[in-house]
Design a binder for this molecule. Sequence first.
Ligand SMILES: Nc1ncnc2c1ncn2[C@@H]1O[C@H](COP(=O)(O)OP(=O)(O)O)[C@@H](O)[C@H]1O
Ligand SMILES: [Mg+2]
Length: 262
Amino acid sequence: MAIAIATATPEPMALRVRGLSKRYEGAVSPVWSGISFDVPHGQRLAIIGGNGAGKSTLLRCCMRLIEPNAGQVLLDGLELTQLRGAALAKARARVGFVFQKHNLVGRLSVLTNVLHGGMARASSPRMWFQGLASAEDRDYAMHCLEQVNLAHLCKRRADELSGGQSQRVAIARALMQKPRMIFADEPVASLDPQAGEDVMQVFSDLAQQQGMTLVFVTHHLDHALNYADRVIGLQQGNLQLDSAAIRLNAHQLRGMYAEAAA
Ligand SMILES: Nc1ncnc2c1ncn2[C@@H]1O[C@H](COP(=O)(O)OP(=O)(O)O)[C@@H](O)[C@H]1O
Ligand SMILES: [Mg+2]
């Protein structure tokens, strides 16, 4: 006898952006309009474009940290543009956001800073203080630090770290909320070249070894080519480029994104 079993269709895309447009209050023209792209689970996507092209605006609109004027954003199939309050916060927690500036609390330990990342999920403020965090939370924070190769510095004060180490702690802090995706806005812009490579490698490993989806903004064309599977480019208010990284070379991109190459 055949039994019909209702199975939920797995959402094939980590992120769907449909017809997204943004114009800031008082601005004459939109930053960009009619932007659409899909990001499959596990993809590493680089967003490039000149200064002011709207890269940061796009990444933030994908989490509704900035409100788009039109269009849809679906995270794991959840339409973010329809959600409010706790449901919006829960959907957003699927994404770990890493900023250019790490914003660690300097006088606190590395481990305590990482524990703060769990506050997106926690209902009580106990994670503010390492001493009050449960053993389970502390173990998970150590696991997150291991993923960025910094477990050995867990007791160090955050203000004693190098720039590259600090950014890796910020990644561990983002991992603490158990995200399925990482969004990063020029995460290595203020680091020296070697530290920048180290941080990009950490991101890339998270995607390739753990199937995490990675969306990062960069002005280093080499990082887009070496650490992304796919590159999209913003220019003059449109998505002018959407290509597998393997089909691109730095020379082509410098022609299109002269400012980005600076
Ligand atoms: N809060 C804001 N209010 C008004 N205009 C803004 C705001 N943020 C950014 N812009 C403008 O929107 C455009 C895109 O900015 P941004 O997304 O930061 O570009 P990018 O990250 O590519 O350098 C720029 O012209 C910038 O001046
Ligand atoms: Mg920016």
